[in-house]
Design a protein around this ligand. Structure first.
Ligand code: NDP
Length: 296
């Protein structure tokens, strides 16, 4: 085999952000205000702090307002729900994102349900997951929507292709499967109880791995020429060559790249797409909230 072509999610995301910046500037002219994204962080989780910082930075770079709300680890659920209500009512706020995971004493589902579905740019509200499953316009979770954009850019029409999604979480696996079904793929959802996972994966033209297990999907599970989207972000234990621990996906890249037709690397594949899609969803929300047409 000749080896896979590498899908450059970083470049794709940069290009998407450049287009969002142009559209955000046009929105400001038509609406007389900037689009705005509110991000709520409860507690000090280091990974969440990094995400929130890059979200804020990229929001501003795209010409939108970023409103950051950092709450103490011990904030009670009532105070968080009050903040969400204020953001729901604030006309300067088009999108609301509550960074997950929340501290254990807060019920995540209650908080997500409190966000106005029209500002739910993460697409986690059951109204938006319902809209996705019945094919109505709504907000789609950012990571799977980013994966779909990369797939369509690479393959064009996905109609009739066999797709296997490994993982059934509400934020990645399930919405990914719904998106692929809407593109008329034949979709299989695999998970920890799936029998003969390598055989299930072998029939796929499209493989989306969203498991959270380092380098689990091996090259000999992959049909030659298949397109592989690796959502996983796993840090290996520190080694001499990588004192902080190397970042790897759910796919064993070294063996998969020999067999696949196209593959996303980790880092630099799916990861950079997530925030870019979040900004796109925020801009879509802004147009809807302001009653301004959006030409996507
Ligand atoms: P979850 O832990 O919520 O879900 C993992 C899924 O994988 C579950 O459905 C689980 O099955 C399944 N699974 C676990 N072990 C196996 C196994 N041995 N064989 C088959 N399936 C298995 O994870 P997320 O969906 O939130 O995230 C998945 C990965 O994607 C993580 O590495 C995460 O860091 C990464 N991620 C990356 C993002 C980005 O790029 N921006 C965004 C979000 C996530 P079961 O349901 O049966 O337990």
């Amino acid at each position: 085999t000749q080896g896979a072509s590498v899908i450059d999610g970083k470049a794709f995301a940069e290009d998407l952000r450049a287009r969002i910046a142009v559209a955000a500037a046009q929105f400001e002219v038509h609406a007389g205000r900037k689009a705005g994204l509110a991000v709520v962080l409860v507690g000090e989780d280091p990974a969440s702090q990094v995400y929130v910082r890059s979200k804020g930075k990229q929001t501003v770079e795209c010409g939108m307002n970023s409103f950051e709300h950092k709450l103490d680890e011990n904030t009670d659920e009532g105070a968080l729900l009050d903040l969400v209500e204020r953001l729901n009512a604030d006309p300067a706020v088009d999108g609301i994102l509550v960074q997950l995971p929340l501290p254990a004493h807060i019920n995540e589902q209650e908080v997500i349900s409190a966000i106005s579905p029209d500002k739910d740019v993460d697409g986690f509200h059951i109204i938006n997951s319902g809209r996705l499953s019945v094919g109505l316009p709504g907000f789609v979770p950012c990571t799977p929507l980013g994966c779909l954009m990369l797939l369509k850019d690479k393959l064009g029409s996905l109609c009739g292709l066999d797709a296997v999604v490994i993982g059934r979480s509400n934020i990645v696996g399930k919405p990914m499967a719904a998106l692929l079904l809407a593109e008329s793929c034949t979709v299989t959802i695999a998970h920890s109880r799936t029998k003969d996972l390598p055989d299930v994966v072998r029939r796929a033209d499209i493989i989306v791995a969203a498991v959270g297990r380092a380098e689990m999907v091996k090259g000999d599970w992959i049909k030659p020429g298949a397109t592989v989207i690796d959502v996983g972000i796993n840090r290996l234990p520190p080694s001499e060559t990588s004192p902080k621990g190397k970042l790897v996906g759910d796919v064993d890249y070294a063996s998969a790249v020999q067999v696949a037709g196209a593959i996303t690397p980790v880092p630099g594949g799916v990861g950079p797409m997530t925030i870019a899609v979040l900004l796109r969803n925020t801009l879509v929300a802004a147009h809807r909230n302001a009653g301004v047409a959006f030409d996507e």
